[in-house]
Ligand binder design. Sequence first.
Ligand SMILES: Nc1ncnc2c1ncn2[C@@H]1O[C@H](COP(=O)(O)OP(=O)(O)O)[C@@H](O)[C@H]1O
Ligand SMILES: [Mg+2]
Length: 249
Amino acid sequence: MAGWAEGVLVNESDTAIIDARYVNYSLDIAGKPLHILKNVSLRVEPAEVVAIVGPSGSGKTSLLMLLAGLEKATSGKVMVNTSELGGLDEDELARFRRKTLGIVFQSFHLIPSLTALDNVGLALEIARPDLSMARVREEAAAALEAVGLGKRLDHRPSALSGGEQQRVGLARASVANPPLLLADEPTGNLDQETGVHIAGLMFDLARQHRTAVVLITHDPALAARADRVYTMMQGELSETTLPAAPETH
Ligand SMILES: Nc1ncnc2c1ncn2[C@@H]1O[C@H](COP(=O)(O)OP(=O)(O)O)[C@@H](O)[C@H]1O
Ligand SMILES: [Mg+2]
C-alpha cells in the first residue's frame, strides 16, 4: 500500500509546477529563532491561478521568496518546475529563475534610467541570451503592446503613471513566456480602478499563455478571480473556500 501511495505521489509531482511540502522557514534574529513559515504545503498545477491572502506579517512574501529560490527553506521540500530548489547552487538557481519565473512586485522595481522598451528587453535578453538584439526589441515591443503600452516604448519610468509602470512590470514578467508568474501585491500601490484594470490584464495574459500564477493580494475581489484561494495566518497556510456568489434570478 505504501508503494501504491508513493507511486501516486511521484506521478503528481511530475505534473505540478509547484509542489512544496512541509516547508519550514526560520530566521535567527539576535540569537533567537523566528519561525516564519510552519509546515507549509502548496501544490499548483500548470496554468492554475492561486491567490494567497492574509494579514501583514503573516509570511506571504517569505513564501514567495522561497518559491523564487531567493531564500532557502529551513526544512521541507520546495519543488518548482521539477527542480528541488534546496538542492540547487547559486548558478543553478539563477538558471532556474531565468527559465521558469516572471515576478511582479508591488513597487514595480523598474530600472529608472532605461526606457520601457529597454526594461522589458533587458529581461528578455537575460532569459534568452540566444536571441538577436533585433529579435529582443521586436518581442519586447510586442509584450508592451499586449499591455496597451505600444505608444510608450521610449518613456522612462518617471514619465509613466503608476498603472503604466506596473504594465511595464507585467510585460517584463511575461516577455520570456515563463510557466510561472509570482506576483506580490501587484496592485497594492495603485488606486482601485487602475488596480482592477492591471489585475484583469494579468489574468488575461496568464490564461492566454497558460501561465500558472501565485498572486498575493489584500483585495478579496481579486482573490475571488483565482481558481483557488489560500490564507496565510501566522506562518500557516490553509486552503480557503470562498462563499459562493449570491444567486441572481
Ligand atoms: N529578513 C528578515 N529579518 C527579520 N524579520 C523578517 C525578515 N523577513 C521576514 N521577517 C518577518 O517575518 C514575518 C513575515 O514577513 P513577510 O513574509 O514579509 O509577511 P507578509 O508578506 O505576509 O507581510 C514578519 O514578522 C517579518 O517581520
Ligand atoms: Mg509581503
